[in-house]
Design a protein around this ligand. Structure first.
Ligand SMILES: *Cc1c(COP(=O)(O)O)cnc(C)c1O
Length: 389
C-alpha cells in the first residue's frame, strides 16, 4: 500500500512540544509562534506574517481586511478549494469565477479584465500545485483598476515567481499547514501582510477584535473591543510542531522535488506517446512539488485508471469538483463567460502519492502500474530513467 499522503515528521516535533510545555505557555503568540513567524518574515520575506489556525481562517481575515461588504464581487477560479470562496461569501460577496488555463490549471490572466465591474473588490489567484499564476499581469490589472490581490498560496510555500516567493507578491497571501500540505502542524495557516497598512488591523482581527497584541507590547494600558474579529491565533503546541518542520524546510523541499522529478522522468515516455499529459511549469516559476498530477484522456479513462491504482494499493486521488458545479457555488457565484477548461481539465486529473520521504521504489511501482494500465511495457526505459538499476 502506498498512501496518497503522509504528514511530514522531521524528528524534532516532540522535543519542541515538550519545550513549549516546559515554557508553561501553550496559548498563542509564545516563543514558537514567534519563531515560525520570523522564519516566514526572513525567508519569504514579507512585512509581517501572522500564524493562524488554518488557511481558511487566514482567507477569512483577508476578507475582513479588504472590507468586503454584501454585493461586492471577488474574482477567483472555480477550480479551487471551497475555502477560497467561502471566506468572501461569509462577508456577503458575490463570487465571479474565471476560467483556468489548461497548462497550469491556474486563473487565466487574459480573461480577468473582462470580468471586472464597478463592484469588483479583489482578485484571488490560487497557485495550483505550488506553481505560480501570472502575477505580473494580475498585479498590473489590479493596480489599473484599484483592486486588491489576495494570493491563495495554501499550496505554494517555498515556490517562487520570477524569484519572488508566492504569498509575498499580492497585497496579502495565505498559507496552509494542514496535514496534506508540504509543511504542517495538522491544522494551521499563516497570513502574509505585504503592506504595512494592514498589520495593526490584522492583529486585532486575529485577537477576537481586541487590541490585546498592543497591550502585551505595552503600547496601550488596557485591552478592549475595538473591531470585528475572531479567534484565529493557533496554540503554541501547534507552532512548536510546525517549527520542527521549518527547521528542515530545505530538506523537505529538496526531497519532494526529487520525487516530483522522478515521476516526471519516469512518465515522460507515456506523454510522448500521447497517452497522458504531465504538469507544465513555466520557466519563470520554481515550484515546491506540492502535487504530482497526470491528466488522462477524459473522465471515463480517469475513473478507470483511478480504480486500477486504488485496487492495486496506490492512494491516487482526483481533485477539486469545480465550485460552480455545486448548488452553493451557483447561489453565491457565477461563471464568467464560457467554462472551457475548468470542468474538462479537472475531470482528467489524477494526483499521485506525494509526501516527504516517498521512496524511489514506491515511485517506481506507481509508474510501472500506470504503464501497465496503458499496456505499455516500461521495464527498460523507466528503470533507467529513474535510476533504480
Ligand atoms: C488546503 C487549501 C486551503 C485550505 O487550507 P486549510 O489550512 O485546511 O484551511 C485553501 N485553499 C487551497 C488552494 C488549499 O489547497
Amino acid at each position: 500500500m502506498i498512501p496518497f499522503n503522509i504528514p511530514a515528521v522531521t524528528g524534532k516535533e516532540l522535543s519542541y512540544i515538550q519545550e513549549a510545555i516546559s515554557n508553561k505557555k501553550i496559548c498563542g503568540d509564545g516563543p514558537f509562534t514567534k519563531k515560525v513567524a520570523e522564519w516566514i518574515e526572513d525567508y519569504i520575506p514579507t512585512k509581517r506574517a501572522l500564524l493562524t489556525t488554518s488557511c481558511t481562517h487566514a482567507l477569512e481575515m483577508t476578507a475582513m481586511l479588504a472590507d468586503i461588504h454584501p454585493g461586492d464581487e471577488v474574482i477567483m477560479p472555480s477550480f479551487t478549494f471551497i475555502s477560497t470562496a467561502n471566506a468572501f461569501v461569509l462577508r456577503g460577496a458575490k463570487i465571479v469565477f474565471v476560467d483556468i488555463r489548461p497548462d497550469t490549471l491556474n486563473l487565466d490572466e487574459s480573461l480577468i479584465e473582462s470580468a471586472i465591474t464597478s463592484k469588483t473588490k479583489a482578485i484571488v489567484p490560487v497557485h495550483y500545485a505550488g506553481v505560480s499564476c501570472e502575477m505580473d499581469s494580475i498585479m498590473d490589472l489590479a493596480k489599473k483598476n484599484g483592486l486588491l490581490v489576495i494570493e491563495d498560496a495554501a499550496q505554494g510555500v517555498m515556490s517562487t515567481y520570477k524569484g519572488r516567493a508566492l504569498g509575498s507578491i499580492g497585497h496579502m497571501g495565505c498559507y496552509s499547514f494542514h496535514e496534506t500540505k508540504n509543511f504542517t502542524c495538522g491544522e494551521g495557516g499563516a497570513l502574509l501582510l505585504n503592506e504595512e497598512s494592514f498589520v495593526s488591523r490584522a492583529e486585532i482581527i486575529r485577537e477576537k477584535g481586541t487590541n490585546r497584541s498592543r497591550f502585551f507590547r505595552g503600547q496601550v494600558d488596557k485591552y478592549s473591543w475595538v473591531d470585528i474579529g475572531s479567534s484565529y491565533l493557533p496554540s503554541e503546541l501547534n507552532a512548536a510542531y510546525l517549527y520542527a518542520q521549518f527547521d528542515q524546510a530545505q530538506t523537505i523541499n529538496d526531497d519532494r522535488i526529487a520525487s516530483w522529478n522522478d515521476y516526471y522522468a519516469g512518465l515522460k515516455e507515456l506523454e510522448q506517446q500521447e497517452r497522458i499529459d504531465l504538469p507544465t511549469v513555466p520557466v519563470h516559476c520554481k515550484h515546491n512539488a506540492h502535487i504530482f498530477y497526470i491528466k488522462t484522456k477524459d473522465l471515463s479513462e480517469r475513473t478507470r485508471l483511478l480504480r486500477y491504482l486504488n485496487e492495486n494499493g496506490v492512494g491516487a486521488a482526483f481533485h477539486y469538483v469545480p465550485l460552480h458545479s455545486t448548488s452553493v457555488g451557483l447561489k453565491h457565484g457565477l461563471f464568467h463567460r464560457e467554462d472551457r477548461y475548468t470542468t474538462q481539465e479537472s475531470d482528467r486529473l489524477i494526483r499521485l502519492p506525494m509526501y516527504y520521504r516517498l521512496t524511489k521504489d514506491q515511485i517506481g511501482r506507481v509508474i510501472d502500474m500506470i504503464y501497465s494500465f496503458y499496456a505499455v511495457s516500461t521495464a527498460n526505459q523507466f528503470r533507467t530513467g529513474v535510476g533504480l538499476g
